[in-house]
Each structure stands twice: as structure tokens, then as C-alpha cells.
Design a protein around this ligand. Structure first.
Ligand code: ARG
Length: 459
């Protein structure tokens, strides 16, 4: 049979394969709440403007509440032949309330309808994600506070570079996540314009009130241009771009967790709750959750890429291509929410091995820069020369199997005769981190201040 929705012009229904390629109900049913909210706002506005009768608007409103209850309870039967969530809801409404349901689609198209629903959905997703990221920041800040003075090696090129504190390292991720939340908030502010009332693409001759529907749905204003309103998917792309950057951050952190809990590093222990065993090697405790966070970033980044490619050749205004906007966004949201929650769990359970971190910081002459700085500060030596002198001290320590702070004063003087005993005060890893008191530096006292500031800025 020809479709109920546009049967007038059609002599026969779609081929089975057409129905399959055309239907979006399999995934866009996730827009049900937003679709019903949009329809209620639209119907109320139509009645307020005298476009439909108040009784019809009331019947539509109550009917939509019943549809929502059916969907929430699982009783609703989604039909592929009705293509998408919009027509499924409208058709069921007609079954429930009859005649008035046929007036709902006045001054509206599925083009502005879906654009509105989808914006509402992405807005909700951003708000949920913000809560998850904040909880992850809270877990990191707590762990940073407890480890403000835990010395570990800091790396460049993954080569041990200078001692830092574990708390400082964790707070670096708190900053990244703060920017991720900021990007999401920026995207949210820009997406919060309402497409409803743009109709198919050109607007409508009915005396609608777009400001009223925008306000009723929590939008800041109606979208200014009807063509843009139905064809813009920037909001989804921005959301996925911000999500991709966030997923990249989580992936970097996941990679560090994988390294840190290896036997070669032993900086942390993950809880049993976030690791798995091996079916063959009894000694293993694998960081699967971290590995999967690292891997799943690929889906998020891939989703952004897929929608960019879908959109880039589309002329104005709506094209059916744009139905393909939803799955990448849903996949992004599902994936990122899962990764954020898994990360929070891992961080909450993570046990740092302070002794092992400290021992690693002792290896590799990480206080060499501190010796060079001392030569500059105390002896007035030019830094380039101090660098050279320190290099000879490192060589001496290496040959003697010692750390820099284990070199005797005589040994140090064999490299530079003007060195005095007080140099030893700067050669320990503790002295090194304590000395880095510049704003944003790794000194424990600065880390404690940064913990406080982070709580105020982010939590
Ligand atoms: N299912 C469609 C989508 O998600 C709804 C809009 C359809 N509009 C149209 N003119 N066929 O994009």
C-alpha cells in the first residue's frame, strides 16, 4: 500500500529494499522524548495563534503524553514502514485521538522537526557529559591532593627528564578536561537556536510564533534563516569535534595508565575491579579498561570524520543524506560516556606506588638541571657553561654507579673547584621539586594551591 503520509500522489508502496535503506526508526527512536516535547510546543503555539482549535491542541497534548507513556513502558510498537520516529509518533497519535492528530503537522515539516529534535538531543548529551567529566575531574583532584608531594620522574620523549610530583601530573589532566568542558559549553551556546517553524526550507504562510516555540523548548532564540535552520548540522559536528578532543585526552591518559601499571614502571596498581586476568598466564593483571578507553577514542574520532564527509557536498537545504547524522552522534555519546565513567572508576581505585615512583626518579640523573641552575645562581656561571660542567658531573656519577646527590664534594670539585657543600641541598629529588615554585610549577606547595584552585574552578 502507498504510505498513509503521502499516499495521495503514490500508486504503490516502496520496494522492500527501499524501506530498509530509507528507514531511520532503528536508531532515531532515541529522539522520542525530544520529538514529543517539540510537538507539544508546536501544538500549543498553533492554538495560541488561532491556527488550530484549543480543543484540538489539548487532545494532541494529552495524546502525546499517552504516546510517551507507551514508549517509556516499552508497549509502543515501532514500525519500519513508518520510516522514522516523527511518523511513528504521529501515526500512533492518530490511532489514539483521531481527527485532531491530522492538524499537528500544520506549518511544520519533518525537516525543521528533526533539526529541532536533534538539537535538543545533543544539548541533553552535552549536559550529561558535563556531569561525567566533572566527576572525573573530582576523582583526579582528590588523588592529586593525596599525592601532592609524591615524587615521580617527569618525561620528555618518554625519557626521564626532571622530577615532578604525581599530583602535578594528575592536575594536567584536570586542565585538559576543563577545556573539554569549555568546548562543550561553547558548542551548547551556539547550538541553542530553534529551527522549528523554518518548515520545509522557506518558512510558512501561517502566522506562527517562532519565538514562543523556541522559548518553550529552552532555546535562546529561533534560528534566523529558514534554509540554514533545516540544513545546518554544525552543532552535531562541533559536539563531535569537542568529543574527539576529549576522547584523545582520555586516550593519552589511558596510555599512561597502561605504562604506569606495567612491571617496568610500577608507578600504580589498578584495582581488580578494572583489570582482567589471563586465561593462560596466571601472573597477569591486564589493564583492559584503560586499553579499551585508548581504543574507543577511534570510534569517536571516526564519527566526526564520517559526518564531516557526509555533509561536505550537500547543497542547501535538506537532503536525505542528513538522516545519516544521528548514528555517529549516538555512537559518540555512548562511547564517550562509557569511557569517562570507566576512567573515573579507575582513578578512584588507583593506588600509586610512591616508593617505586621515587626510586625511578632517583635513576637517570634527573636533578642535572638543578646542578646547572645552582652553578648559574651561586657561581654566576653562564648557563651554557654550567650545562657543560654538569654533563661532566653526570659522566662521573654514571661511571661510579652513583646518583648525582651521592657524589662527594671532592668528586664534584674535580669537575668544578668552586663548588661548595651546600650544592648537595639541591641535588635530591625532593629539593628539585620543592624548588620549582614558579606559578604552575610542580612544587608540592604549588600543587596544593592548584588543587584548591581547581576545586573552585571546576567542581
Ligand atoms: N528521518 C529524517 C531524518 O532523520 C527526517 C526528515 C525527513 N525529511 C524529508 N524531507 N524526508 O533526516
Amino acid at each position: 500500500a502507498a504510505s498513509q503520509m503521502w499516499g495521495g500522489r503514490f500508486a504503490r508502496g516502496p520496494a522492500a529494499i527501499m524501506e530498509t535503506i530509507n528507514a531511520s526508526i532503528g536508531f532515531d527512536r532515541r529522539l522520542a522524548d525530544q520529538d514529543i516535547a517539540g510537538s507539544k510546543a508546536h501544538a500549543a503555539m498553533l492554538a495560541n495563534r488561532g491556527i488550530i482549535a484549543p480543543e484540538d491542541a489539548a487532545a494532541i497534548r494529552d495524546g502525546l503524553d499517552r504516546v510517551k507513556a507507551e514508549i517509556d513502558s516499552g508497549a509502543f510498537v515501532f514500525k519500519t514502514e513508518l520510516e522514522d520516529i516523527h511518523m511513528n509518533v504521529e501515526a500512533r497519535l492518530a490511532e489514539l485521538i483521531g481527527e485532531p492528530a491530522k492538524r499537528l503537522h500544520t506549518a511544520r515539516s519533518r525537516n525543521d522537526q528533526v533539526a529541532t529534535d536533534f538539537r535538543l538531543w545533543v544539548r541533553d548529551a552535552i549536559d550529561r557529559l558535563d556531569g561525567g567529566l566533572k566527576a572525573l575531574q573530582a576523582a583526579l583532584i582528590d588523588l592529586a591532593e593525596a599525592n601532592a608531594d609524591a615524587v615521580m620522574p617527569g618525561f620528555t620523549h618518554l625519557q626521564a627528564a626532571q622530577p615532578v610530583t604525581f599530583g602535578h601530573h594528575l592536575l594536567a589532566y584536570v586542565e585538559m578536561l576543563g577545556r573539554d568542558r569549555g568546548r562543550m559549553a561553547d558548542a551548547r551556546a551556539r547550538l541553542n537556536e530553534c529551527p522549528l517553524g523554518a518548515a520545509a526550507l522557506a518558512g510558512t504562510p501561517f502566522p506562527i510564533d517562532r519565538h514562543a516555540t523556541a522559548a518553550a523548548l529552552g532555546f535562546d532564540r529561533p534560528a534566523a534563516n529558514s534554509l540554514d535552520a533545516v540544513s545546518d548540522r554544525d552543532f552535531a559536528l562541533e559536539y563531535m569535534a569537542a568529543a574527539s578532543i576529549c576522547a584523545m585526552h582520555l586516550s593519552r591518559f589511558a596510555e599512561e595508565i597502561v605504562l604506569w601499571c606495567s612491571d617496568q614502571f610500577r608507578f600504580i596498581r589498578l584495582s581488580d575491579a578494572f583489570t582482567t586476568g589471563s586465561s593462560i598466564m596466571p601472573q597477569k593483571k591486564n589493564p583492559d579498561a584503560a586499553e579499551l578507553v585508548r581504543a574507543k577514542s577511534g570510534r569517536v574520532i571516526g564519527s566526526l570524520n564520517s559526518l564531516l564527509i557526509t555533509m561536505k557536498g550537500l547543497p542547501l537545504a535538506y537532503s536525505k543524506d542528513m538522516q545519516e547524522d544521528k548514528e555517529p552522534v549516538f555512537l559518540t555519546d555512548d562511547t564517550l560516556a562509557l569511557c569517562v565513567a570507566a576512567m573515573e572508576g579507575m582513578v578512584r581505585d588507583m593506588v600509586p606506588n610512591r616508593a617505586s615512583m621515587r626510586a625511578a626518579a632517583e635513576r637517570g640523573f634527573l636533578t642535572a638541571t638543578d646542578l646547572a641552575d645552582w652553578l648559574v645562581r651561586v657561581l654566576g656561571m653562564p648557563f651554557r657553561e654550567a650545562h657543560h660542567v654538569t654533563g661532566r658531573a653526570v659522566k662521573l656519577a654514571e661511571e661510579g654507579g652513583k646518583t648525582l646527590s651521592e657524589l662527594t664534594l671532592d668528586e664534584l670539585r674535580s669537575v668544578e673547584p668552586r663548588i661548595t657543600e651546600d650544592v648537595h641541598a639541591v641535588l635530591t629529588v625532593e629539593a628539585s621539586v620543592a624548588g620549582r615554585r614558579s606559578f604552575g610549577g610542580t612544587a608540592p606547595e604549588r600543587v596544593r594551591e592548584a588543587v584548591k584552585a581547581a576545586r573552585e574552578r571546576f567542581l
